[in-house]
Design a protein around this ligand. Structure first.
Ligand code: HEC
Length: 218
């Protein structure tokens, strides 16, 4: 046999053996708990996933610096988006302690902790724009755009999560999406507290504003 042919066959054989080993390991170590989303990823699986993710973020993106300063206005903007788009999974305070966040696989991390806070601004931005494959984290921005102000405001807000004040938490709760039933209930409660007898119709103004905000981001 020609020497080059032997080399090609040996390479193909090598790749096949390596794939079999990796596949076997995957089944033996990683998915031994079945495909349920309930479990906590094993330490090995978490480490492989975070290494793969870190490699997948281009170094150019990691090095990106925010083009906007974390002013009160920017933080308010980030807060409104967070309450509307992110809190359903990540919770208002970033703990991830929501029904969805706790039961995804992998679970949403506590974003106030070092693992998230030690990511670079560019990495956080890239994750918000592009999402995380094979996880519940959706992509929120347009591809290859470095100056999405809404996403940079979210990066600023994520940095601010460890020092949220009780007033900010209240504001987040006010901004969380509500169903029309919840609106009606709140209106009725307000009317009751004001001493009116008849429950009022829900105000459409508040919901309109909310929809405007929702449209504003992506
Ligand atoms: C449907 C649920 C869901 C929503 C909504 C969601 N996320 Fe996530 N997010 C996740 C999950 C799950 C992870 C963890 C993925 C992983 O560990 O691989 C995550 C991870 C992240 C991370 C990486 C944190 C870290 O330490 O690894 C950032 C940053 C993030 N999300 C930002 C946001 C922002 C900002 C929004 C709103 C615009 C948002 N997410 C909305 C599910 C969600």
């Amino acid at each position: 046999m020609k020497r080059w042919l032997v080399r090609i066959l040996a390479t193909i054989g090598g790749i096949a053996v390596a794939s079999a080993i990796v596949g076997g390991l995957y089944f033996a170590v990683l998915v031994r708990g079945g495909f349920a989303a309930r479990d906590q990823p094993s330490a090995l699986e978490a480490r492989i996933a975070s290494a793969a993710r870190s490699m997948a973020v281009p170094s150019r993106a990691k090095a990106l610096r925010s083009p906007i300063a974390a002013t009160a206005e920017v933080l308010a903007d980030g807060r409104a988006h967070w309450a509307d788009h992110c809190a359903s999974c990540h919770a208002n305070n970033g703990s991830g302690d929501t029904q969805i966040g706790r039961n995804l696989y992998p679970k949403v991390p506590d974003m106030r902790a070092a693992a998230t806070q030690s990511l670079s601004d560019g990495e956080l931005y890239y994750i918000i724009q592009n999402g995380i494959r094979l996880s519940g984290m959706p992509a929120w921005g347009e591809r290859a755009v470095d100056d999405d102000k809404d996403s940079w405001a979210l990066v600023a807000f994520i940095r601010h999560l460890p020092e949220l004040s009780p007033d900010e938490l209240k504001e987040l709760q006010r901004l969380n999406p509500r169903s029309s039933d919840e609106w009606r209930e709140e209106q009725e409660e307000e009317e009751f507290l004001r001493g009116h007898e008849k429950p009022a119709e829900p105000k459409s103004e508040g919901r309109g504003e909310r929809n405007e905000r929702r449209k504003a981001h992506g």
